[in-house]
Write a protein that binds this ligand. Structure first.
Ligand code: FES
Length: 100
C-alpha cells in the first residue's frame, strides 16, 4: 500500500498506519524508513512515540527495546520479536508491503 512521497516523511517522524487489521508503525531513522507492528510484544502497548536511538526503538511503557530492522527484542521485559514489514521506494514514493 502507498504510504506517500518520500519527501513528505521527515527524519524522526513516526506515524501509525492501518493496513487491514494491522496497526503498523512507520518511522524514519537515519534516513531509512522502517515499519513494525505497532504493538509491543510485552503487554501490547503501542510502540508509537517510543525513543529511537542506535537502530532500535524503546517501548515507553516498561523499556523493552526492539531492533528496527529485524524486530528482535534486545532486552527484557520483552522476549518475543515484534513483526516487521518491508518498505520499498519507487519513483519517489514509499510503499508498505503488508501480508495478511
Ligand atoms: S508493554 Fe512494552 S515493555 Fe511493557
Amino acid at each position: 500500500m502507498l504510504i506517500g512521497p518520500t519527501s513528505a516523511f521527515a527524519e524522526g517522524e513516526q506515524r501509525e498506519i492501518r493496513a487491514g487489521k494491522q496497526r503498523v508503525l512507520v518511522l524514519k531513522h537515519r534516513g531509512e524508513v522502517y515499519a513494525l507492528r505497532n504493538v509491543c510484544t510485552h503487554e501490547s502497548f503501542p510502540l508509537l512515540g517510543g525513543e529511537v536511538e542506535g537502530g532500535a526503538i524503546t517501548c515507553a511503557q516498561h523499556g523493552a527495546r526492539f531492533d528496527l530492522q529485524t524486530g528482535r527484542a534486545l532486552c527484557l521485559p520483552a522476549i518475543k520479536a515484534v513483526r516487521t514489514f518491508p518498505v520499498e521506494t519507487e519513483a519517489g514514493l514509499l510503499y508498505l508491503r503488508v501480508e495478511p
